[in-house]
Design a protein around this ligand. Structure first.
Ligand code: ADP
Ligand code: NI
Length: 214
C-alpha cells in the first residue's frame, strides 16, 4: 500500500473535521484508524481497505454531510482521485456502510475488513475516552449527566434508539455496556471487555459518590 494515499487521506479528513464538534472530530477518526490497523494486523485483514475505510468512515456521515451520505461522494471522490481501483473502492464502501451501531438492529459486517473497522469505531466509545465522549455528547445536546428518576430503556430498535433522548449515564446501559459482547474480532473482544470493566467501575464510583457513599 502506498504511504502517500494514507497521508493524503489524513490531510483530507483533517480538513473536513476541522469545524466539527459533534463527536465526530479528526481525533476520533485518527484513533479509529490506528486501532483498526492494529486489529487488522492481528486478524490478517487487507490493510489498505482497513486503513482507508477507517479514515473515511465518517466523512459522509448523515449528520455531518447529509447531501453526500447516500452515495458517499466524499469518500468515493477522494479514492477515485487517488487512483484506487474500482474493486478496492467497492470494498471500502461496503466496510463503511456496515460500521454503524443502531440499537438491536445493528449489522454484522460481511467482510473481515469491515469487522476490524466496526470494532475500532466501537472501541472508541468505550474506556476512558468513551466516558469523556459520552459526557461531552450529553453536554452538547443539553442532556443531564444523570437523573435517578429516569431509568435506562433497554432493547431498543434502530428507530427507538434514534428517537430516544436519555441522560449520559443511561447511555452507558443503553449502548456502551452492550458493545463489548458485540465485537467481531478476538482483539476487539479482549480490548472491549477490559474497557467495559473500567467503565463499570467508573459508574459504580459515580453512583456511590452521587449517594454520598464514597
Ligand atoms: P458513531 O457514529 O461514532 O458510532 P454516535 O454518533 O452514536 O457514534 O456517538 C458518538 C459519541 O457520542 C459516542 O462516544 C457515543 O457514546 C456518544 N453518544 C451518542 N449518543 C449519546 C447519548 N445519548 N448520550 C451520551 N453519549 C452519547
Ligand atoms: Ni466513528
Amino acid at each position: 500500500m502506498s504511504p502517500t494515499v494514507i497521508d493524503e487521506a489524513l490531510d483530507f479528513v483533517k480538513q473536513i473535521f476541522s469545524t466539527d464538534f459533534s463527536g465526530h472530530d479528526y481525533f476520533h477518526t485518527l484513533r479509529v484508524y490506528k486501532m483498526a490497523v492494529r486489529i487488522g494486523q492481528e486478524e490478517g485483514a487487507d490493510q489498505e481497505i482497513v486503513a482507508l475505510a477507517a479514515l473515511l468512515h465518517d466523512v459522509d456521515d448523515i449528520k455531518l454531510s447529509p447531501e453526500t451520505h447516500e452515495h458517499k461522494d466524499r469518500a468515493v471522490g477522494f479514492l477515485s482521485q487517488h487512483a484506487v481501483d474500482k474493486a478496492t473502492i467497492q470494498a471500502i464502501c461496503t466496510a463503511i456502510d456496515e460500521v454503524s451501531f443502531s440499537g438491536t438492529d445493528s449489522v454484522v459486517p460481511s467482510t473481515l475488513e469491515g469487522m476490524c473497522v466496526q470494532d475500532a469505531d466501537r472501541l472508541d466509545a468505550l474506556g476512558a475516552v468513551g466516558i469523556a465522549r459520552a459526557f461531552a455528547y450529553g453536554g452538547s445536546h443539553g442532556r443531564a449527566m444523570y437523573d435517578p428518576d429516569e431509568p435506562p430503556t433497554l432493547n431498543m430498535s434502530d428507530k427507538e434508539y434514534h428517537l430516544h433522548k436519555s441522560t449520559s449515564l443511561n447511555h452507558f446501559y443503553e449502548k456502551l455496556f452492550l458493545l463489548a459482547d458485540m465485537m467481531n474480532t478476538r482483539s476487539g473482544k479482549e480490548l472491549g471487555k477490559a474497557r467495559e470493566k473500567y467503565m463499570r467501575e467508573y459508574v459504580d464510583q459515580f453512583l456511590d459518590e452521587w449517594n454520598g457513599e464514597r
